[in-house]
Write a protein that binds this ligand. Structure first.
Ligand SMILES: O=C(O)CCC(=O)C(=O)O
Length: 199
């Protein structure tokens, strides 16, 4: 079992943050691999009008898996690459949670982002754990309780870091990756998720 220090997380948050989960060279190699994945530019419908999602997306995982979010974007799984599968198994060995799909987000610059949301699609089952790997530019990730007026906690997610969103996180909290006008570098995020489990 990998020995890592749990970093700067308030004890009430159902989140664990491991900045050095991947060695720098492993993260570099994974970034090269991820750049060659099958990225797509999706659109959501806002007030009846199509709007480009401010990032590129892809999904890999078990055959036939499809993931609908915001009621309008449907991601269909490409088959696992050996690299993504081996990373998934390594995360499971580290944290004990099991994952069936990975969703990739590619933020081309700091102008790409994802707004406040929780990942509560029923296809992930009851109280899912989600494991998030960050590559490339260090960006701010914010999380706050769904209770009105709650203050956000911020994490700077470095190249090679792992952020675990534990069971209960999606039910009680929302998260976002806001725009950063001072960031000109690319970032890739991989979220490993359960899919199609009854519990
Ligand atoms: O890029 C990130 O760190 C966050 C991604 C995210 O919120 C999501 O995929 O639901």
């Amino acid at each position: 079992m990998q020995q890592l220090t749990l970093f700067d997380v308030p004890s009430t948050l159902p989140v664990e943050h491991y900045p050095g989960f991947l060695h720098h060279s492993e993260a570099d190699a994974l970034m090269v691999h991820c750049k060659a994945l099958q990225w797509q530019q999706n659109e959501i419908r806002m007030l009846g009008k199509p709007l480009q999602v401010p990032r590129l997306e892809c999904m890999y995982g078990k055959d036939g898996a499809s993931y609908l979010y915001s009621g309008s974007v449907n991601l269909n799984a490409h088959l696992w690459t050996p690299e993504l599968l081996s990373l998934r198994d390594r995360i499971t060995a580290f944290c004990g949670h099991e994952f069936d799909i990975v969703i990739g987000n590619r933020y081309r610059t700091g102008l790409d982002s994802i707004g406040w949301h929780s990942d509560d699609e029923p296809s992930m089952g009851y109280r899912p754990a989600i494991a998030s790997i960050s590559l490339g530019a260090c960006r701010k990730f914010s999380i706050k309780s769904k209770v009105k007026g709650s203050k956000a906690t911020h994490f700077w997610l470095e190249h090679g870091s792992l952020l675990l969103m534990l069971p209960g996180c999606q039910e009680g909290y929302v998260h976002q990756l806001p725009k950063d006008n001072n960031c000109f570098l690319e970032r890739i995020n991989l979220t490993f998720r359960p899919y199609g489990r009854l519990k």
